[in-house]
Design a protein around this ligand. Structure first.
Ligand code: 5AD
Ligand code: SF4
Length: 450
């Protein structure tokens, strides 16, 4: 007997709220496009929607708790509530637990099953609790409608999903499933549609994006480098990025492509997590400090100006003070342009959650503060070093002040410019005139006389 709620009118309007990583932003866009193709209308800002999809993230601490409080906030002044769908990684991880815990959720749909939202909505409208956390990875992409008619200037394109690496702290292998690469032809079609719809930059997404592999249209096996080189042939597409990469999957070909494919941007997010080999082993990272540094060295040989980014976890179970100091050392050595850093937090069901030597919160706080101070110093220095430089920026959005636009440098820094005759989507050459910790200011360089 399926769980039931009361029958509801089929929703006419909807809102998708995405949390977390860029892949969730991408999934949210695809859900939006699919619901619109079904004839539903996106609710305007501040207007109640008949259906709210919470596209959740499970990476942060207390992720599930946050979702329950978000659900509570959807209750309206008159006591009614919209039809509520919980999607994303919390849906995958919690599954039926969600509808056991709250009566306010109608649909639970995992990240590999959201192409079935229309059927789930119909089920919910009939008063049945609709749950789908299956993982038929590829069929999602086959079933979704083609990309919409308008794209962001800088668009996301998921090319790979899931992870087989099983780092001992991480839930991704459980929430996103095994590594699956989307087929070449499908990616090319989607990229073409995005460019036709106005995208000038595409960021290829995957939990292990540089593990992407597939056969090209001539049946040759290709990796991320082949994919990037083929995409670079698309007229109208100016910039290609990809994220997130694993150090072990930085192939010779991909490193070489950074040296000779100008559309491949000089930015690489390459998480190392810790600067200590014993901790890396306990994390099951399958690379060492030295092998990581060697990859960085080779990437820098190929593309000397490459900006590097990383992820760090402090306070992994049993991490000693000296082992944490090794993390500061590797940060000093690499000098990242920017980084994300986190306190370790146990995720139920992952091996590290049951490890001995869980580190006390005060110790983690102190370690994180020291690490972030160092990372921030390097970020400020990196930004300051671009002052006086002439570079192209791609204008992506409006700034806070009238006439102000914000664009990105090749190194992914935001640049504010105020120039009336420019538009979002323009590529413009600027001189960087000042730098703050999080953004730069630029002015268009004077054009050379013809
Ligand atoms: N605790 C803290 N940080 C984590 N991350 C993933 N799992 C955990 C966890 N259990 C961080 C890693 C990863 C990033 C996306 O989130 O640094 O690269
Ligand atoms: Fe998680 Fe990344 Fe490790 Fe995969 S490689 S388990 S996604 S941290």
């Amino acid at each position: 007997m399926p769980a039931t709620t009361s029958p509801k009118p089929a929703p006419q309007t909807f809102r998708v709220k995405s949390f977390g990583c860029q892949m969730n932003v991408y999934d949210g866009e695809r859900m939006t496009e699919m619901l619109a193709a079904q004839g539903l209308t996106q609710a305007g800002e501040g207007v109640d929607a008949d259906l709210v999809v919470l596209n959740t993230c499970h990476i942060r601490e207390k992720a599930a708790e946050k979702v329950y409080s978000d659900i509570g906030r959807l209750r309206r002044d008159d006591g009614s509530r919209p039809m509520i769908a919980v999607a994303g990684c919390v849906a995958q991880a919690e599954g039926p637990e969600i509808t056991r815990r709250t009566k306010s959720v109608d649909i639970v749909v995992g990240p590999q099953a959201y192409h079935r939202l229309p059927e789930l909505i119909a089920k919910a409208a009939a008063g049945e609790v609709a749950l789908d956390t299956d993982m038929p990875a590829i069929s999602k992409f086959d079933a979704l409608p083609a990309r919409g008619r308008s794209a962001r200037v800088s668009a996301f394109l998921t090319v790979q999903e899931g992870c087989d690496k099983f780092c001992t702290y991480c839930v991704v292998p459980y929430t996103r499933g095994a590594e699956v690469s989307r087929p070449w032809g499908q990616i090319m079609d989607e990229a073409r549609a995005l460019v036709d719809a106005g995208a000038r930059e595409i960021t290829l997404l995957g939990q292990n994006v540089n593990a992407w592999t597939g056969e090209d249209d001539k049946g040759r096996v290709q990796g991320m480098d082949g994919l990037a080189r083929e995409l670079a042939k698309l007229g109208g597409l100016e910039r290609i990025r990809y994220t997130t990469s694993h150090p072990n999957d930085m192939s010779d070909g991909l490193i070489a492509a950074h040296g000779d494919e100008p559309k491949l941007m000089p930015f690489l997010h390459l998480p190392v997590q810790s600067g200590n080999d014993r901790i890396l082993k306990a994390m099951n990272r399958s690379h060492s400090v030295d092998s990581y540094l060697r990859v960085i060295e080779r990437v820098r040989e190929a593309r000397p100006d490459i900006a590097l980014s990383g992820d760090f976890i402090v306070g992994f179970p049993s991490e000693t003070d000296a082992e944490f100091e090794d993390t500061l050392k590797i940060v000093e050595q690499v000098r990242y342009a920017q980084c994300y850093s986190f306190k370790y937090s146990p995720r139920p069901g992952t091996p590290a959650a049951d490890m001995d030597g869980q580190v006390r919160p005060e110790v983690m706080d102190e370690r994180l503060a020291r690490l972030q101070a160092l990372i921030n110093r390097h970020q400020v220095e990196f930004n300051a070093a671009t002052v006086g430089r002439r570079t192209d920026i791609l204008l992506e959005r409006k700034g806070r002040h009238p006439g102000q636009l914000i664009g990105k440098t090749p190194w992914l820094q935001s640049v504010h410019v105020t120039v009336p005759e420019l538009f979002i989507g323009d590529m413009v050459e600027v001189d960087i005139i000042s730098a703050g910790p999080n953004s730069l200011a630029g002015e268009p360089s004077r054009r050379k006389a013809a």
